[in-house]
Design a protein around this ligand. Structure first.
Ligand code: DX5
Ligand code: ZN
Length: 232
């Protein structure tokens, strides 16, 4: 697994942190999904955004596309479920090839049970929340998760602008995870690109999702390279 090390560049953290990059397939060219996955072979994870038109005001794709991506690539399939009552579909997404499943605290009254179910399926369990949801809502499940995702845009669409106060939210969750001695990934999703990636990592992120910044002009390989350069 390749990763990026920050050589002591962060004002906020004194130890270099390894950073995993997770290009979001939502911004890829679906007519060339296999080629797009090939172009991001040097990434760490593939981020898979599932939207149901209920939890978020947009519909993206679901199980068959995940299965196709799984068959075409050995990358860790990081599935972000933007769907109501995700517990109904956890097993289906696991069977379709997810390696990690991330659920929103707003999408179910039983967030802890959903996290338990993901782990029982043998997958990495992630929890996330919208930018307007108090961080305290995910605190009770922190000891039981493998990943926390801080949404830095309102979920539903790619290509939106990073919400600046997300940096404070990242700092808070970084502190909570460190206090717990947790090695859970701290992932950030929405409007992340070469201009803000360092600040996001300096605030405490270990894992960056990027859609439009990777699958942009010049192809995904170049997009990924720009992101890595920005982190050097
Ligand atoms: C938004 C999705 C994101 C999105 C990111 O609902 O969860 O993963 O694809 O896209 P960019 O990087 O373009 O903001
Ligand atoms: Zn996402």
């Amino acid at each position: 697994m390749s990763n990026v090390r920050l050589p002591g560049v962060t004002a906020e953290s004194d130890t270099p942190r390894r950073v995993l990059l997770a290009p979001s397939l939502l911004a890829s060219d679906f007519t060339r999904l296999g080629d797009e996955l090939q172009a991001i072979a040097g990434a760490d994870w593939a981020h898979v955004d599932v939207m149901d038109g209920q939890f978020v005001p947009n519909i993206s794709f679901g199980l068959p596309i995940l299965a196709a991506a799984r068959a075409a690539s050995p990358l860790f399939m990081d599935v972000h479920l933007m769907i109501d009552r995700p517990e109904r579909y956890l097993k289906d997404f696991a069977d379709a090839g997810a390696d990690g499943l991330t659920v929103h605290v707003e999408s179910t009254p039983h967030i802890h049970r959903a996290v338990q179910q993901i782990r029982e399926l043998g997958k990495k369990a992630g929890v996330t929340l919208n930018p307007g949801t108090p961080l305290e809502t995910l605190r009770p499940v922190l000891p039981d998760v493998d990943l926390v995702l801080i949404m830095s845009v309102n979920p539903g669409f790619g290509g939106q602008k990073f919400i600046p106060h997300s940096l404070d939210r990242i700092r808070t969750v970084r502190r909570w995870l460190d206090e717990l001695g947790s090695s859970a990934e701290l992932q950030v999703d929405g409007g992340v690109g070469p201009t803000n990636a360092r600040a996001v990592v300096a605030a405490g992120a270990s894992n960056l999702v990027a859609g439009s910044a990777v699958f942009g002009p010049g192809g995904a390989q170049a997009g990924l390279e720009r992101l890595r350069e920005a982190l050097k």
